[in-house]
Ligand binder design. Structure first.
Ligand SMILES: Cc1cc2nc3c(=O)[nH]c(=O)nc-3n(C[C@H](O)[C@H](O)[C@H](O)COP(=O)(O)OP(=O)(O)OC[C@H]3O[C@@H](n4cnc5c(N)ncnc54)[C@H](O)[C@@H]3O)c2cc1C
Length: 719
């Protein structure tokens, strides 16, 4: 849309010049016409087909449903029309046999290396001219898009030009003219052309917007002058001269007087249009017609989706993709317990939204979504403020054509007293960092303390023994030993550090088969991690956890990992259907039940799980990944106006990482896996997420660099 907007004001004027040129040639040089049509009737037919097809495509591409089809038609028509023009010029350089003012060659004479290379060269040259025009006339992403392509196109033009020169040597027996031999002064034109090409590169390098187009235009003018010098005095090389091809004097007089009136009018019209639409085409106006896809939440689901949509649609300017997140960086949530325990460094794994959006051709805007107006298709974004209370961005509204909600979930304390004040809910990177600081501080404080430790000191209570709580318990058992080993020698790990895992159900890991729970309980018993099952938490206090049965578990650090819910603002979000956990209810196409323009995925979506009795898809990273992959395809179908496919969750099983001690889990079909194989499978989940975001090269380099620095750094984060 932006591209066509950048050419549409001049489009009709250029077609007018094409018609005038064709008609004048016919009137002034009828012999040329006769010979030319006979020699190139296949290319001419293709040219007409290409011109008509691209003209129709240009006018019809405004409908959403068929736009992609017409765009391809426009591309095809333009390529054919340009290629045959180039091929005809290439065939002329090789010479056209004429006898008695009639073409004396074969129909397919033009299918030789030189004409074919000239055809390819002209396609590349026009593409270069077009890219230069976009840089000249547009702003923002379209200008960058054009600029990035210019060096490649210019290099390709030069390579094809070299190949065409070699091919011309192969045809030197056909070329009967003088070329530059008799008029070496004419070599100035190819020289200017070559300099202009350097000017194109220099213009891109110095980011001067007018240079690439101006220099390409100079290149084309010098190419025409070079050919005129080569062909002179021939009109059809090397058989019909300009004098012998000219029409009778009466026709030329008629043409002269006609042109005297018509040319100034068309010239004035063209100049008027260029003057009226002078300057740049503003980015905001240019992108106004693109389909706006707005993704809210750059987590496991949202960032994968925005990245792929940016790469596949945003990059080719087929859609305008924007991601909103209240944070500036992305961290894969299943790693939070490792960051909290200090076995991984957050800063090494963070993805910077601003840079990532720039590299993947989507727009990122910081802010927290707080409301929705479905009738206006707008979302409301709260103001953002920095640590000093200074406003960074004001409250805003953003429009959409397709809205995709991927705001995830957070801990659900079910109204338990004291959780908000005294416990940490391990559901954001900020909370994970807060927990880690408190853990390290607790160890340093205890080590520096001269008196005895209080009962709760160095005790950690983890409430909720699902996968997150259980993994955290194992991770803490490992990293606290590592931490103490770095010289905190007044702490006796076995005696002073205590980790208690509290679970309301009658076994830990209640969502997994009982054999998992038994194996994990056995391991925890060996490691000294205490487990309290069938224990309901009544209150969290400043120094521990009160159970419903009256027991008190002293603890300096309390983590709440018992259940999740979607953000509260999703409840009654402008009439969208939500469930008790605030999740937006969606159909199998991931569209919300009451608005087809709004999709939801990841933890914040309640999506039917086919093959189970009324269950919804569990809030898991693998579901988020599958939904993002599915929606990338569906967005393309939506843009093309095709019906959407349903999504089905494929459960690949569950894996629980028990730090360095073990990894256990079951895969599809209920296969029990353990040890190195299970660990590899567990790690592969994160690698798949990284691959979806960064691609193979970056992931390989990042992984290698992390493996190398791991050898020179502490294995646990100490600050
Ligand atoms: C500690 C832990 C361990 C886990 N381990 C596993 C595991 O081993 N395997 C597994 O499959 N799953 C695991 N999960 C679950 C998994 O992390 C989630 O299912 C997954 O991250 C969901 O992805 P999402 O994109 O829906 O949400 P998230 O990844 O939570 O992303 C939500 C994003 O939305 C942003 N956001 C939220 N509200 C707003 C708003 N109003 N406006 C703008 N932005 C907003 C947030 O900043 C965030 O970037 C674990 C979860 C936790 C917490």
């Amino acid at each position: 849309m932006e591209m066509t907007a950048a050419i549409s004001p001049y489009w009709h004027g250029n077609q007018t010049w094409l018609v005038i040129l064709g008609a004048s040639l016919f009137a002034a040089f009828p012999v040329v016409y006769a010979v030319f049509l006979a020699a190139f009737y296949i290319p001419v037919l293709l040219l007409l087909f290409g011109l008509i097809f691209r003209g129709v495509a240009f006018e019809f591409r405004h409908g959403d449903r068929t736009r992609m089809l017409w765009d391809r038609g426009f591309f095809l028509g333009s390529t054919i029309a340009t290629f045959v023009q180039g091929a005809a010029v290439g065939a002329m350089i090789g010479g056209i046999p004429v006898a008695n003012n009639q073409f004396a060659g074969g129909t397919l004479d033009w299918l030789r290396p030189l004409p074919l290379l000239a055809g390819i060269g002209l396609v590349l040259g026009y593409a270069l001219l077009g890219a230069g025009w976009l840089v000249l006339k547009s702003e923002g992403r379209l200008r960058e898009w054009g600029r990035r392509r210019i060096p490649w196109l210019a290099a390709a033009v030069l390579i094809v030009l070299c190949l065409a020169t070699i091919a011309a040597f192969g045809e030197r027996n056909r070329i009967e003219g003088q070329l530059f031999l008799g008029r070496t002064w004419g070599l100035i034109f190819p020289g200017i052309g070559l300099l202009a090409m350097f000017g194109v590169f220099a213009g891109v390098h110095s980011r001067r917007d007018a240079w690439p187009f101006a220099m390409t235009a100079v290149f084309f003018i010098s190419a025409f002058l070079s050919m005129a010098t080569m062909f002179w005095p021939y009109m059809i090389p090397y058989s019909v001269t300009i004098g012998s091809a000219a029409a009778p004097d009466a026709s030329l007089y008629f043409l002269f007087w006609g042109a005297l009136f018509v040319l100034p009018v068309v010239g004035a019209y063209t100049a008027g249009v260029y003057w009226l639409f002078r300057g740049k085409f503003p980015a905001a106006v240019a992108s106004a017609n693109l389909h706006r896809i707005l993704v809210i939440g750059g987590g496991a689901a949202g960032l994968e989706l925005a990245t792929r949509l940016g790469d596949q649609l945003g990059r080719r300017l087929l859609a305008d993709v924007t991601l909103i997140d209240r944070s500036r960086t992305h961290l894969w949530k299943p790693l939070l317990h490792e960051f909290a325990a200090g076995s991984m460094d957050q800063s090494v794994h963070e993805v910077d939204f601003i840079a990532h959006a720039h590299w993947h051709h989507f727009r990122y805007r910081i802010g927290e979504m707080i409301g929705l107006d479905r009738s206006k298709r707008e979302v409301q974004i709260a103001a953002t403020v920095d640590e000093d209370g200074q406003q960074v961005t004001p409250p805003r509204t953003l429009g959409y054509d397709t809205l995709i909600m991927a705001v995830g979930s957070h801990g659900n304390d079910f109204g338990t007293p004291g959780v908000g004040q005294h416990a940490i809910l391990l559901d954001t990177p900020i909370e994970a960092r807060r927990f880690h600081h408190r853990l390290v501080n607790a160890c340093i404080r205890a080590n520096a303390q001269s008196g005895p430790l209080r009962p709760e000191q160095l005790h950690v209570a983890i409430i909720g023994a699902g996968a997150t709580g259980t993994e955290l318990a194992a991770e803490l058992r490992y990293t606290t030993r590592q931490l103490i080993a770095y010289g905190l020698d007044r702490i006796d790990a076995e005696k002073n550090i205590r980790i208690v895992l509290i679970e309301a159900a009658d076994r830990i890991l209640p969502a997994l088969p009982p054999s998992f729970s038994d194996a994990t309980i056995k391991l925890f018993a060996e490691l000294g991690v205490q487990v309290r099952t069938s224990a309901r938490v009544a209150e969290v206090t400043s120094n521990g956890v009160k159970l419903a049965n009256g027991d008190f578990i002293p603890a300096e650090l309390v983590v709440w990992a018992a259940g999740v819910k979607a953000p509260d603002f999703l409840r009654n979000l402008d009439g969208l259907e939500s469930n008790r956990a605030n999740q937006l209810v969606v159909s199998a196409s991931l569209q919300t039940t009451r608005d087809n323009n709004i999709f939801a995925m990841g933890d914040c979506a309640a999506c039917p799980w086919f093959g189970t009795a009324g269950k919804i898809v569990p809030p898991r990273a693998q579901a988020a990944h599958q939904q993002a992959t599915h929606l990338v395809r569906q967005m393309k179908r939506r843009l093309a106006g095709r019906p959407l496919n349903s999504w089905r969750y494929r459960d690949f099983g569950s894996l629980v990482s028990l730090s360095e001690y073990s990894t256990v889990g079951n895969l599809i079909g209920g296969f029990w896996v353990q040890g190195l194989f299970a660990r590899t499978m567990y790690l592969s989940l994160y690698k798949m997420h990284e691959l979806a975001l960064h691609g193979l090269t970056k992931v390989t380099l990042d992984t290698t660099s992390r493996l190398m620095t791991r050898r020179t750094e502490p294995h646990v984060k100490l600050h």
